[in-house]
Design a protein around this ligand. Structure first.
Ligand SMILES: *Cc1c(COP(=O)(O)O)cnc(C)c1O
Length: 361
């Protein structure tokens, strides 16, 4: 950094490293199985008639369609630039910089901590237990010390869900002191476990959703925060005046329409079929251990030669995600479920990699 920037930049940002998104880490390659995106690119129609006008802050059609899809009220629905913006708005609306803290359960999604740090808000870590369930006692011990509790189910990158009783315990214990945010970015792959319909029962429950994963729309940056109206009203105080570009609203509305529902269901079913195939193929490879569960559109696995495998795959244009720096995930890699051709390519490259080892020995 320049001397001037060094002198001016906020204290809490001096040591902060930006989120290492899959796209920042590697932009080359042809086969992207590293960001839990959908392999399907669906078609949409755009109208440029309204592009001279500022869009609605909260486009009625999008809010209405998503509320209906999620089974909540429109007044309980906020749309944002990806679920990531929902995370940031929650922190900005509910945590005093330099004073308050969020709670997260590692290993988990990296943006909770990064968003907190950029806002100069503390991060309390209560790691998941070795079986990736919540450490309830550890979380309850933080009562009064945290304002937001981020739970991720299905969890990225472990693919595990969280027991309903555990979440209920936390919602009750923190009823007067914290919002409990259940990040459901991958809920379409584990629909039975959604918390959205419970929102009316818990004033401190927040659910995060996105169109980036099952809906195959990571490129438009559209997410949703579901919560009771008082929470939504607080978030509306900090959101930008025009967060949803008109083309995004047009595409989101089409993706949430009746016409798209069957396509979406078909693509989820196809990804689940592909996932089952990949799991069975990975199980055949010696020294591969599937880690956690597979309730999302990715598989986490441990492999002792993970670095050599990653290097080999990168050289072949196949990108998956290294998760080995995360707590308890030594030697773990995460592969997002691609289309049939990509998944087959991944397995054949893995087999070819093992061949190179055998040749060397
Ligand atoms: C991908 C992801 C998000 C962010 O989704 P966007 O809507 O693309 O910002 C949020 N939470 C988890 C757990 C994710 O994996």
């Amino acid at each position: 950094m320049s001397d001037l920037v060094d002198k001016l930049v906020c204290e809490n940002l001096k040591t902060l490293k930006p989120y290492e998104s899959a796209r920042r880490l590697f932009s080359g390659g042809q086969h992207w199985l590293n960001a839990n995106e959908s392999p399907f690119a669906n078609e949409y129609e755009l109208s440029s008639d309204v592009l001279n006008r500022y869009p609605d802050c909260q486009p009625e059609t999008v809010i209405g369609a998503y509320a209906a899809y999620a089974g909540v009220e429109k007044s309980q629905t906020l749309t944002t630039r990806g679920a990531d913006e929902g995370i940031e708005l929650l922190i900005r609306a509910f945590c005093e910089p330099g004073q308050d803290a969020i709670l997260q359960c590692l290993p988990t999604y990296g943006m909770y901590a990064i968003s907190a740090e950029t806002c100069n808000v503390g991060v309390v870590n209560v790691p998941l237990k070795s079986d990736f369930t919540l450490d309830i006692d550890g979380i309850l011990a933080q009562k009064g010390k945290v304002k937001l509790i981020f739970l991720c189910a299905p969890n990225n990158p472990t693919g595990t869900t969280l027991a309903r009783e555990q979440i209920t315990t936390i919602l009750d214990a923190f009823a007067d002191s914290a919002l409990v945010v259940v990040d459901e970015a991958y809920i379409e792959f584990d629909m039975d476990n959604t918390w959205a319909p419970a929102i009316s029962d818990y004033p401190n429950l927040v659910v995060l959703r996105t169109l980036s994963k099952a809906f195959a729309l990571a490129g438009i940056r559209c997410g949703f925060t579901l919560a009771n109206e008082p929470v939504i009203k607080a978030l509306l105080k900090v959101i930008a005046p025009y967060p949803v570009p008109a083309p995004v609203a047009q595409i989101a509305e089409q993706a949430l329409s009746e016409d798209s529902a069957a396509t979406l269901r078909g693509q989820i079913a196809e990804l689940n079929t592909q996932k089952a195939w990949l799991v069975s193929e990975l199980r055949k490879i010696s020294d591969v251990e599937i880690v956690g569960d597979t309730r999302a559109n990715f598989i986490l696995f441990r492999y002792p030669l993970k670095q050599a495998l990653m290097d080999y795959l990168v050289a072949q244009g196949m990108l998956i995600r290294d998760q080995s720096k995360q707590l308890s995930l030594e030697n773990c890699l995460r592969i997002s479920i691609g289309n049939e051709q990509q998944n087959r390519l991944f397995i054949s490259l893995f087999e070819a990699f093992i061949q190179t080892l055998e040749q060397d020995s």
